[in-house]
Every structure is written in C-alpha cells, then in structure tokens.
Design a protein around this ligand. Structure first.
Ligand SMILES: Nc1ncnc2c1ncn2[C@@H]1O[C@H](COP(=O)(O)OP(=O)(O)O)[C@@H](O)[C@H]1O
Ligand SMILES: [Mg+2]
Length: 264
C-alpha cells in the first residue's frame, strides 16, 4: 500500500513543485509505482509533468467535488513513467464549493484511499498557503516532506509550519509524521547556508536528508519542456541529486521495515 507524502511548506518558491515532479520521476526510475497529486490551483506540477492544464477532461476539481471517480481523473505521464492527478485553476472553485460541506477536510483522503493499493508512493504537491486544499493534503498524508532553502527567514517559516503540523495532529490527522527536511537550492559556498543547515540538523537530527539539491539551471529549464530533469538532461547535477534523494528515501523505508522485522 502506498505511503502518502505531502510536499509542503507555507513559503512559496522553495522548490515544492520541482521536488514533486523530480522525486516522482526518480522513484519511478527505481521501479516504484508513483502517483503525483497536484493540489495547487497554479497547476505547475501538472504542466511540469507534460500535461496541459488547460486541455484536460477531468482533474482534482472533479475528484474533490465528487463529479468523477479518482481513478477516472488519473492520467499516465508516459514520458516520465508516473501517474498524475492533474490540477488547474478549477481547484479554487472546488475549495469554495466544499466550504459548507461536512467532512470537507477529508475529501482527498477518501479519494486516495481508493487508489492506495495501486502505488508504492503517492506525492502531493501543496499550494504555498494554509487553505482547505492544504488541509486536505495534510489530512490525507502519512507524512510531510519539507523542502527548504537554507536562508535566514527559512527557520522562521519552519516554526510556523511546525505549529501548523501540531494543529493538524490535534484535529484532522493525529498520525501525521515528518518524513524529512530537504535542503533545496543548496550552495555550500555560502556561509549562511552552512549555518542554517547546522541549525536544521540540531533541531531535526536525522530527519534532514543527507541528499541536498543544488541550485541547477537544468531543474529550472526542464518544466518548460514538460519534463523532469531526469528526462531532460539525465547527467545534470539536479537530476542526479533527485535520484540520490529517491535512493535515500527508499533505503530509509526499507531499513525501517527490517528494523520492525528484527524487533518482532
Ligand atoms: N534546485 C533548483 N535550482 C534552480 N532552480 C530551482 C531549483 N528548485 C526550484 N527552482 C526554480 O525556482 C522556482 C520555484 O520553484 P518551485 O518548485 O516552483 O517552488 P514552489 O513550488 O515551492 O513554489 C521555479 O522557477 C523553479 O524552476
Ligand atoms: Mg509550487
């Protein structure tokens, strides 16, 4: 059954969408079955996966508002070998429509429950704000992956995010875990980067991934071709970094399984 991971950070521009598309492609490259769920009305993960957000028949909107079954709205991104539940601006309308519904926070969870058996990983790309779409993502998730840039204000944003996680645990999802912290647009020549990086490790310990994502122009270029970096330029530093992240993630889950087996 799939592990559901929401990629989230209330700050915009930290690499959430880039991480979703490239991690999805990298996990698929290691033969994992992956579904990427776009929960951002901007539809960047959809476009970055090569699906035209203005030309699709069904999307997350239809799923959240129960106009379509989840499996009907999922498309296969053949180029990158993962599945996608696409999104566009209609998601904002879904949010408005759900506002007065009972159980509005759990619509995505119920939808994903019907799909979980088909995948090893379900990644959810979140919008950069704490709205009903984000709450749906955090309610549906087993854990959150937090991409962050190692800059001064990042830590402030992280404190806000941790308080959100606490609120989510108290209300809609008591089991929500921290999957990991991912350092993005990483520049080791910058002393502030190393400073912030050190503080992250102090606070989050081994939740901080060893893999770091460097600033790499290929990662910024690839979405305009509707491709993950792995398919756009597989030798690029960005593509290799996301492959390393996927490897680390899979190993972590693998070793956890072994640990439980040993404990039993
Ligand atoms: N490691 C990176 N190196 C270079 N550019 C990046 C990197 N990660 C993200 N970007 C670029 O930075 C911008 C913001 O990234 P994005 O993934 O859209 O962030 P978010 O989804 O958190 O708003 C995009 O233009 C993206 O192409
Ligand atoms: Mg985004």
């Amino acid at each position: 059954m799939a592990r559901v991971i929401a990629v989230t950070n209330q700050k915009g521009g930290v690499g959430k969408t880039t991480t979703c598309v490239n991690l999805a492609a990298s996990l698929a490259a290691t033969k994992r079955r992956v579904l990427l769920v776009d929960m951002d009305p901007q539809g960047n993960a959809t476009m970055g996966s090569g699906v035209d957000k203005n030309a699709m028949e069904l999307s997350g909107f239809d799923v959240l508002t129960k106009r379509a079954k989840p499996a009907e709205a999922v498309v296969t991104v053949s180029e990158a070998e993962f599945d996608l539940l696409p999104a566009n601006g209609d998601l904002t309308a879904a949010e408005v429509e759900l506002m007065n519904e009972i159980g509005r926070e759990h619509r995505l969870r119920l939808a994903l429950n019907t799909l979980r058996d088909n995948y090893d990983y379900i990644l959810i790309d979140c919008p950069p704000s704490l709205n009903l779409l984000t709450v749906n993502a955090l309610s549906a998730a087993d854990s959150i992956l937090i991409p962050m840039q190692c800059e001064y204000y990042a830590l402030e944003g992280l404190a806000a995010l941790m308080s959100t996680v606490e609120q989510i645990r108290e209300t809609v999802n008591p089991d929500l875990q921290i999957e990991g912290i991912l350092r993005t647009m990483y520049d080791p020549r910058n002393s502030l980067t190393l400073d912030v990086s050190g503080q992250l490790s102090e606070y989050f310990g081994d939740k901080v991934y060893r893999a770091v994502i460097p600033r790499n122009v290929r990662l910024a270029e690839a979405p305009s071709y509707g491709l993950p970096a792995l398919k756009y330029d597989r030798a690029s530093k960005g593509a290799i970094a996301y492959l390393a992240l996927a490897g680390e993630m899979v190993r972590r889950h693998g070793s956890k399984k072994t640990a439980t087996a040993v404990a039993v």
